[in-house]
Design a protein around this ligand. Structure first.
Ligand code: GDP
Ligand code: MG
Length: 674
């Protein structure tokens, strides 16, 4: 089989099947059976006939007329169908119901109604009315079949049928008065002998039809409607099949052209007769109508078409959605379970959505436009809800990715020997921000209200926290390095100055402090640039540095002037003065030496050091000050030794020095004794 493809929203696809050439009988289907039950295998037959995907590219024709007027014979001749024909020799009955088949060589559904000759007996008028209603609701062209000799018999059986046809038609369209939907009545006069020209017969019939129409009781609002508002008419005659078989066949072949050749002047399937039921919805529509007829419910076609559209659009959407949902599963593991990101998720989502919508559009767009558009919006909403899960999921993953990228970049860069901190932060931030933004933007689908601004705001906040912390760490690192530097620079000068106590000792120490702070300041300002620090921050840090350095100084001074250290210093000063002469040579005491005076001088001089050590003296550094705060009191920090401490140390040193005095005295005695 050959399949012609068409664009979505087009008219449909027809499979060219062997029914177009073969002579094998075309399968027919009993659409409604003797028990008035509607078949459920029509879709199977539609496919078998190659019309399942036909969209609007098919036509429907039905036949009306009294029993045994050669209707089935005519249909078989016109359309190559295989409907049962009553066999006169066996007088066997045809099977009751509504039969359907496709025409050979044309995309036409042909319906044949089989009743019984029961009109006279009144038994089958019910089925006749039902089948007429059904045919009217589903067919574009109705062949009205009657004998020539029935023409003019206004009260004849066929006229009763026509009355039925007209009545049901009014019922079907009463709710849709504006619609210009029309049906073609093709009136075929059988056994047309020819003595009365067709035109005359047609005129007679047309008069009769209009009389019938006028006599109908019309529904409210339709009192003045005309027969031509609903019907177009065509008349044709056929010769006697039994008496003039060849002529009959020729005329049937001619008539066939009106069904088959769109360029024929009397082509019957004009587009405005089309019921616009897509082939894939034909079964639902037809069975729904039959159901309504059986239950005798209000039946109007526009409502039926809307119901059909709702039903079919839902079905079509469901199929498209299921496929979509299964394709969506591919995202589940990476995004929802593994926390990964898919680079072209947006593009993939767009594709999946398009595929689903296209699949929907292809079939659903043929249905009632209002319903279709609404269902399309519903479907989009549903698709977006599903897709949004992955949008939100990936957004979270992108967030995490950006954070860890930022974190890792910072760590790696700050490990390097040289770097500019704020540059490092700016670069890392830009990269991480870009990763998020690029990913997020890529995922925003058209026609959605999706947004990443909230997530981005949170992300920026986290970036801020991380860089603030990194900056604080960096500062700590720097301060630590500075303290170390200060400590290294201050230790020796302080130690030297205090071990050689002089009136200028504190001045020297303050000088060492100043130059240390100056060096620290240089380092600090260099670093501050790398931090992009504000002037205020630099000032604060500088003050911190001054205090820090001062505390280092104080600590070092405390160490140097701890009791034992201080006593040691006093002792060495004292020894220098008492035990060594002016030339630095050890004294050997002689009896005539005034040990007492030497001792007194040396001790008094040494004791003068205690008040020197006791307080940092700023005499030579007037105006030197470090701003105090609640943790740092500069003035208080100047005091090294309390009064009590000084007295204590004085006493302790005096006792220690007494030993030297005694030792000196003894050495004189010893020398003299020799
Ligand atoms: P239906 O009941 O209307 O479907 O009629 P059928 O097609 O079953 O035919 C009924 C009988 O009429 C059959 O015996 C046919 O041979 C015969 N018949 C069919 N066509 C014609 C025709 O054009 N003229 C006459 N006189 N008889 C016909
Ligand atoms: Mg028949």
């Amino acid at each position: 089989t050959l399949t012609e493809t068409i664009t979505p929203n087009g008219e449909g696809t027809i499979s060219t099947t062997h029914w177009d050439q073969d002579t094998k009988p075309i399968p027919r289907l009993q659409l409604v059976d003797e028990e008035q039950k509607f078949t459920d295998v029509l879709p199977k037959y539609m496919n078998q006939w190659g019309l399942g995907e036909a969209g609007f590219k098919y036509n429907v024709v039905a036949v009306f007329g009294s029993q045994s007027t050669g209707k089935s014979t005519l249909l078989n001749g016109l359309f190559g169908t295989s409907f049962d024909v009553m066999d006169e020799t066996q007088r066997s009955q045809t099977t009751k119901g509504i039969w359907i088949s496709r025409g050979r060589g044309m995309h036409v559904l042909v319906m044949d109604v089989e009743g019984t000759d029961g009109r006279e007996r009144g038994e089958d008028q019910d089925f006749e009315r039902k089948s007429a209603l059904f045919s009217m609701a589903t067919s574009e062209v109705i062949i009205l079949n009657l004998w020539e000799h029935q023409v003019g018999l206004y009260q004849g059986a066929n006229m009763g049928l026509l009355k039925t046809v007209f009545e049901v038609n009014l019922q079907l369209f009463q709710h849709n008065q504006s619609s210009k939907e029309k049906t073609l009545l093709l009136i075929v006069i059988r056994d047309h002998v020819g003595s009365t020209p067709l035109a005359n017969l047609a005129k007679t019939l047309q008069n009769d039809l209009e009389k019938i129409w006028d006599g109908l009781s019309k529904p409210e609002g339709l009192e003045n409607c005309k027969i031509h508002d609903y019907f177009d008419f065509m008349y044709t005659g056929l010769p006697h099949k039994i008496l003039l078989p060849e002529k009959f066949n020729d005329e049937v072949a001619n008539l066939r052209q009106r069904f088959n050749d769109p360029n024929h002047a009397d082509f019957v399937f004009r587009p405005n007769y089309h019921k616009r039921i897509p082939a894939d919805g034909y079964h639902v529509y037809a069975s729904g109508i039959w159901d309504k007829i059986l239950t005798n419910k209000d039946l109007d076609l526009p409502t039926q078409q809307e119901l059909l559209a709702q039903y079919r659009c839902d079905e079509i959407a469901q199929v498209a959605f299921e496929r979509f949902a299964s394709q969506l599963q591919a995202f589940k593991q990476p995004i929802l379970e593994k926390g990964q990101t898919i680079d072209d998720l947006g593009a993939q989502m767009t594709n999946l959505r398009k595929e689903a919508v296209d699949a929907f559009d292809k079939n659903a767009s043929r249905y009632h436009q209002g319903v279709y558009q609404k269902k399309r919006l519903d479907m989009l909403t549903k698709l977006h809800t599903q897709l949004n899960v992955y949008f939100v999921g990936q957004l979270k993953n992108l967030h995490k990715k950006a954070i860890s990228l930022f974190d890792a970049t910072l760590k790696a860069e700050l490990k390097k020997a040289t770097y500019n901190f704020s540059q490092v932060v700016t670069d890392a931030l830009r990269t991480a921000h870009d990763v998020f933004l690029t990913g997020a933007k890529e995922m925003i689908l058209d026609d959605t209200d999706w947004s990443y601004t909230h997530e981005l705001a949170i992300l920026d906040e986290e970036f801020d926290q991380i860089s603030t912390k990194a900056r604080a760490d960096e500062f700590k690192k720097m301060s630590k390095a500075l303290s170390k530097q200060v400590e290294n620079e201050l230790a020796d000068p302080i130690s030297i100055a205090l071990n050689d106590p002089q009136p200028t000792t504190w001045h020297k120490i303050i000088d060492a402090y100043k130059s240390t702070v100056e060096n620290g300041q240089t380092t600090l300002i260099k670093k501050a640039k790398s931090f992009n620090s504000t002037d205020e921050e630099v000032e604060d840090s500088l003050l911190d540095l001054k205090r820090e350095a001062w505390l280092v100084l104080r600590k070092k001074v405390d160490e140097e002037l701890a009791d034992t250290m201080l006593l040691l210093k006093l002792r060495s000063q004292f020894e220098e003065k008492f035990r060594y002469d002016d030339h630095g040579l050890p004294r050997v005491w002689k009896p005539e030496d005034d040990i007492d005076t030497y001792f007194k001088h040396a001790r008094d001089d040494t004791l003068k050091l205690i008040p020197l050590f006791a307080k940092i003296d700023l005499k030579e550094d007037e105006g030197f000050d470090i701003e105090s705060n609640e943790d740092f009191d500069f003035q208080q920090s100047l005091t090294i030794l309390s009064e009590a401490k000084q007295i204590d140390l004085t006493n302790r040193f005096k006792r220690e020095s007494d030993a030297f005095y005694l030792e000196a005295k003894r050495s004189v005695v010893a020398t003299t004794a020799k």
